[in-house]
Write a protein that binds this ligand. Sequence first.
Ligand code: C2E
Ligand code: CA
Ligand code: CA
Ligand code: CA
Length: 279
Amino acid sequence: AKKLGRNCFQFYESSMNEEAQERLRIESALRNALEREQFVLHYQPQLDLASGRIVGVEALLRWQHPELGTVPPQRFIGLAEETGLIVPIGAWVMRTACAQARKWHDAGLAPLRMAVNLSPRQFAQPDLVASIAAVLEETGLPPAALELELTEGLFVDDVAQAVALLHELKALGVALSIDDFGTGYSSLSYLRTFPIDVLKIDRSFVGRIDDDADQAAIVVSIIALAHNLHLKVIAEGVETAGQLAFLRAHDCDQAQGYYLSRPVPAAEFRELWPAEQTV
Ligand code: C2E
Ligand code: CA
Ligand code: CA
Ligand code: CA
């Protein structure tokens, strides 16, 4: 099997051609992946820092290719986005994640909130709101148990339109979060205008709170900013006990990261739950 997605362009034009060919190969494989049921979701818990309980979970897409093995999203999300394949793939993710959340609710793992990533292309679909409403209806998941993770990039084009769409999504009863907060270049003014519930601090800040005073100051400031705006704040990419202790000491609401758990298949996620947390 050929290696997917090279990161470095080498010296010659021939390698550019190879790159282009490889993209074509991935694209055509990607086109078939849905039909062949090669996608799977892994789930990463989000811990409430005050109670130590699992309160949420993020659904993360994996492509299980028969030859290439498990292909991580960075290798194919960009291409799926460019080709528009992200739309049917994203619809599958939404259905699967909501159905799974409903099953966990039924099994007593409540109240658990399911976070699903939305790409720019999905955000631009005219039937986005209707399709999410249909999935909630179909799966019977309470809307408040669904959180949509958006990135700041979605807000730069047409602000008025984005605000209107976010209000429509809010009207469904779902929660909205800003993913990778702090890495975009957009103005912070959208935080006032947009009906957002949660900021997710990007892991590039969290990863260095132990040893970099400036990064630590940024994280503390984001937590304060979020709280002043009555938003919840989740730290991503928590990898050490020290980072977790720092976040707890600074009143961060929730944490997610390898130190707590890697993203895991549904069956394993179920096992992460302590008995006293099932109702
Ligand atoms: P993201 O939304 O920022 O997701 C968090 C990523 O950080 C995940 O990578 C997760 O596995 C990883 N991560 C979690 N904890 C740690 C940690 O402690 N340390 C480190 N180094 N990494 C950690 P993953 O699953 O490879 O996903 C990468 C990106 O692909 C996601 O970044 C998201 O932008 C995109 N993606 C994943 N699933 C979907 C999906 O269903 N739809 C869309 N549109 N994008 C998705
Ligand atoms: Ca995310
Ligand atoms: Ca993120
Ligand atoms: Ca990211």
